[in-house]
Design a protein around this ligand. Structure first.
Ligand code: NOJ
Length: 556
């Protein structure tokens, strides 16, 4: 593989708490991951992105780190980690770690020191400000420095009694924001990154990295004002020069609120910042400006427009990530496909739709089985901080939604939908653990599970294997240009790719109805590459596509 090996790679995301429990405590762990390397090799993925496994109070399941250089005992030990790294490398699988440096945990020693007094040397590692009416020490109660609401509800500023000042927390009070303006803090972060890279890891997925540079006047508005802030590119270039460029690794930014123009800078082909970005535009099409909590569906025409715009906008300039699922999103089969008779068929169609695009595809654990949303009916079923806080805010405090409506919204949108344990088999606890897990197992593991799918030639798993293999074999998938056809069709997502003399036509029916489609004449005679139902081997004139059908045709 060359220096930009990640352009041909497929990444598999592991959410360690829910992947595989090797020691019977109901929580997934590192040895569990190691025990499944054979499965991952069989699937054909090249890289594992492992969500945080560091020491953490687990308020946000590890996205609140209290020691960046230690393994959380619930996941195992550093020896377990080293073994996972060694064994995955031995079979040609790379490991990418989560880098959560927009904020730390409030239990991190830096923060404990920082909050202890105004003149502590670590004070400036975080953002401390007086309230609107000055400090509240001994004086009248002040209000927060601005009106921002945290991503997980509540104010984005928390008053600390010890010094009478507020600290900034874009997510929750357990996750104080780190002050990247401070060069000593940046050097600590770079040194920690080298610690992991020197162990031999293959890169970082950078949590909300687009938010590390804040507008220092902290104007009223929303926390989104921190995205793509004044010094973010400067900080990432510094990180590239001082750390990343010294290793043969990949870096992917979780770039909340990124635009195409910004992405062209973050993930530019010259490689001065990151290798690729995650954008969220296609995932936010069922929310509104202030909140995602509703029962709105993704607008299909907008979905096509957004994905096409990113394909064309970055082409030749920067590199994209392709994904439907991760640990923050509901399951895509439930969101855009079908949980019933067309579950497998729609899972395959959705996979084909993005795997034939340009970028690096990410498969989230269980997506390759067509796993569905959790059937949770009560608030007590949920574990996620964001979901529980939203319920408290909208139902109990503001009384904006009824309990029933909010539970319905959680069923559709909660992050816990993606966090139920992986289905390894149809046995008790889905083969994830031998006892009840930290979050309920979805009872549909009796039908949807890896053991069954690995055995069956026409499974969703087998379909993902083929898509992953095709990406390696066919340059057009990584290199071809992109054109969206039928932008206004309410059901069909159709696009072409072109690379030299080669062309590829991808047809996806997102509806439950039979649809017909007339391919462009230039595709007459194109050969079938892959489909999820019986379609003609050669395309010639009008073709018919059943519910959730997909077909890809290739011509040279
Ligand atoms: C994005 C992560 O993906 C999410 O899980 C986390 O809660 C927030 N960043 C805060 O770290």
């Amino acid at each position: 593989m060359g220096k930009d090996w990640w352009k041909k790679a497929v990444v598999y995301q592991i959410y360690p708490r829910s992947f595989c429990d090797s020691n019977g405590d109901g929580i997934g762990d590192l040895n569990g991951i190691t025990s499944k390397l054979g499965y991952l090799k069989e699937l054909g993925v090249d890289v594992l992105w492992i969500s945080p496994i560091y020491q953490s109070p687990m308020r946000d399941n590890g996205y609140d780190i209290s020691d960046y250089r230690a393994i959380n005992p619930e996941f195992g030990t550093m020896v377990d980690f080293d073994r996972l790294l060694k064994e995955s490398h031995a079979i040609g699988i790379k490991i990418v770690m989560d880098l959560v440096v927009n904020h730390s945990s409030d239990k991190h020693p830096w923060f404990i020191e920082s909050r202890s007094s105004r003149d502590n040397p670590k004070r400036d590692y975080y953002f401390w400000r007086d309230g609107k009416n000055g400090s509240s020490l001994g004086g009248p109660m002040s209000s927060p420095p601005n009106n921002w609401e945290a991503w997980f509800s509540g104010p984005a500023w928390t008053l600390d009694e010890t010094t009478g000042q507020y600290y900034l927390n874009l997510f929750s009070p357990y996750q104080p924001d780190l002050n990247w303006e401070n060069p000593a803090l940046r050097e600590e972060i770079y040194s920690m990154m080298r610690f992991w890279l020197d162990k031999g890891i293959d890169g970082f997925r950078m949590d909300v990295i687009s938010c590390i540079s804040k507008p220092l006047d902290f104007p009223d508005g929303t926390v989104r004002l921190c995205a793509n802030g004044p010094r973010v590119h400067e900080f990432l270039q510094e990180m590239r020069n001082t750390v990343l460029s010294h290793y043969d690794i990949m870096s992917v930014g979780e770039n909340a609120c990124v635009t195409i123009d910004e992405a062209k800078r973050y993930a530019n082909n010259e490689g001065t910042e990151l290798d690729m970005v995650f954008h969220f535009e296609h995932m936010e099409l069922d929310g509104d400006e202030t909140s995602k909590w509703n029962d709105r569906k993704i607008d299909f025409i907008k979905l096509k427009t957004v994905l096409a715009r990113w394909q064309n906008g970055l082409y030749g300039y920067a590199w994209n990530s392709l994904y439907w699922c991760n640990h923050d999103q509901p399951r895509i089969v439930s969101r855009l496909g079908d949980e019933g008779v067309y579950r497998e068929k729609s899972a395959k169609m959705l996979a084909a739709c993005i795997h034939f695009m340009q970028g690096t595809p990410y498969v989230y654990q269980g997506e390759e089985l067509g796993m569905t949303n959790a059937p949770f009916t009560a608030l007590e079923d949920y574990r996620d901080l964001e979901s529980i806080n939203a319920y408290n805010k909208y139902v109990l405090e503001e009384k904006l939604y009824s309990k029933e409506d909010m539970l319905k919204f959680l069923q559709l949108k909660s992050r816990d939908n993606a966090r139920t344990p992986m289905h390894w088999n149809d046995g008790p606890f889905a083969g994830f653990s031998d006892k009840a897990s930290w979050i309920m197992v979805n009872p549909n593991h009796r039908e949807i599970n890896a053991a069954e799918q690995v055995r069956r030639g026409d499974s969703v798993f087998a379909y993902y294997q083929t898509l992953i293999r095709l990406r390696k074999e066919m340059d057009i998938i990584t290199k071809g240009n992109f054109e969206l056809l039928l932008p206004d069709d309410p059901d069909l997502f159709v696009y072409t790719r072109q690379h030299g003399q080669e062309s590829l036509l991808v047809i996806c029916n997102f509806s439950r109805c039979e649809k017909t489609f007339s391919p462009p004449e230039s595709f007459n005679g194109a050969k079938l590459l892959l489909s999820n139902e019986e379609v003609p081997e050669t395309i010639n004139g009008i073709t018919s596509m059943g519910p959730f059908a997909t077909a890809a045709y290739y011509k040279k």
